[in-house]
Write a protein that binds this ligand. Structure first.
Ligand code: AMP
Ligand code: GLY
Length: 416
């Protein structure tokens, strides 16, 4: 079986690593990174070059393509592959709108009674400004479209809210993503994520995780793509998981059926848990990053089989089995991430960092003149697995202790 993975992050490295473990011999990754290159053949085609990817998949007789980034999904990569008779894991452009349009997702949730914060949508900045003068604070303002994880602002005053509305809708700091905005009720609780894989008819549970979004320890500093993760989430007890399935996943599956949306792929539910009740902050249409780097090392089941069943809309033959052990994943980032990451730094110590129960996933790295150098904001994701969070944590940080690059920055409190 030849498999193509689209993307270049630590999420994609974790997927490639699992495919290798599951016995897949021919793995390609477009465009990949220095770590993925050790396990797969990296090809220099970007994740947004849909035609280039189709040509490659046809030439190499790829039997399954797995898509990492949301942008590829929102460009309609799945529709285009399907039109060419190629098997691809992920939702179509229309189905992926649960992520690419926050308003679309909120409307579905409203119509199908899925618990969520109160919200209003605006496509006119004057109306939005009038509205934010009437609400209580804090509140949350969100660009409707994809904004590389930056389109959400928590505002504490009316003045701040007006500035954010103007920046999004008038100055268009996120381009067309801010043509429409949502103003949401601020929910105060604890966050966690829950993942399932759908085949268009039913789903299998992938499990839960917690993402550490803020740059600095104790959840201080700006939001980032994610500075670490744990799986499962300590906040999602079996009773809460049942609520997530009953109140969110099942109604969403029903909504898809009623709306004639065939959703195949990962359903990533970003939750706020308030007084032991789950509310949906967002849906994503793909694997999370860095949640996947914590979830995948715990999976025992054959991942390619599950992804093929999803892509082909076949009945799942088994549930996803996971290890009893838990995982802790710590992201090492470049100096000045997320604003202006400094790149081009040589990474040392990677070989010494290889240890039992530890996984070193590469993100922004490439090989140059015999060295591995940094190329992006998030550079590495190191996952430890163990009987409890503390032992998993110790393993992840022990490996990190061996890795050196100039300006390396990571949180010290992941899994605490
Ligand atoms: P999102 O991309 O919609 O998940 O939002 C990014 C982050 O903003 C979330 O992880 C939360 O920390 C925060 N957030 C989003 N919506 C809300 C809300 N309605 N209430 C409180 N915090 C929120
Ligand atoms: N970890 C957040 C995301 O993947 O969107």
């Amino acid at each position: 079986m030849n498999i193509l993975v689209v993307g270049s992050g630590a999420r994609e490295h974790a997927i490639v690593h699992k495919l290798k473990q599951d016995g897949i011999k021919n793995i390609y990754c477009a465009p990949g990174n220095a770590g993925i290159d050790e396990l797969a053949t990296c090809v220099q085609i970007n994740h947004d070059d849909v035609n280039g990817l189709i040509n490659f998949a046809q030439e190499q007789h790829i039997s399954l393509t797995i898509v990492g980034p949301e942008i590829s999904l929102s460009l309609g990569i799945v529709d285009a592959f399907n039109e060419n008779g190629l098997t691809i894991f992920g939702p179509t452009k229309q189905a992926a709108m649960i992520e690419s349009s926050k308003f679309f997702a909120r409307q579905i949730m409203r119509n199908y009674h899925i618990p969520q914060p109160g919200f209003e949508m605006f496509d006119n900045s004057n109306e939005a400004i009038d509205y934010v003068k009437t609400i209580s604070y804090p509140a949350v303002i969100k660009a409707d479209g994809l904004a590389a994880g930056k389109g959400v602002s928590i505002v504490n005053t009316r003045e701040e809210a007006i500035d954010v509305v103007k920046a999004m809708m008038e100055q268009r700091v996120f381009g067309d993503a801010g043509k429409r905005i949502l103003v949401e009720e601020f929910l105060n609780g604890v966050e966690s994520s829950y993942f399932v894989i759908s085949n268009g008819k039913g789903f299998v549970k992938l499990g839960s995780a917690r993402d550490y979004k803020r740059l600095n320890d104790m959840d201080k500093g700006p939001n980032t793509g994610g500075m670490g993760s744990i799986s499962p989430s300590d906040k999602i007890t079996p009773a809460l998981e049942k609520k997530v399935i009953d109140k969110i996943i099942n109604p969403l599956m029903d909504a898809f059926k009623q709306e004639s949306i065939v959703y195949k792929g990962v359903i990533y539910t970003g939750l706020m848990i308030v007084d032991n009740e789950p509310y949906v902050l967002e849906f994503n249409a793909r694997f999370g990053d860095p949640e996947t780097q914590a979830i995948i090392p715990r999976i025992i089941s054959d991942l390619p089989g599950i992804l093929v069943d999803s892509a082909k809309g076949k009945t799942f033959t088994e549930t996803i089995k996971t290890k009893e052990e838990v995982s802790v994943c710590v992201v090492m980032a470049s100096k000045n991430y997320p604003e202006h990451p400094e790149t081009g730094k040589i990474i040392n110590g990677l070989r010494d960092a290889v240890k039992k129960d530890t996984f070193i996933f590469h993100a922004g790295t490439k090989k140059e003149k015999g060295s591995i150098i940094t190329t992006g904001g998030r550079v590495l994701a190191i996952t430890g697995i163990g009987a409890d969070y503390e032992s998993a944590r110790v393993k992840a940080y022990r490996s990190i202790g061996n890795i050196v690059f100039e300006g390396a920055n990571y949180r010290k409190d992941i899994g605490l």
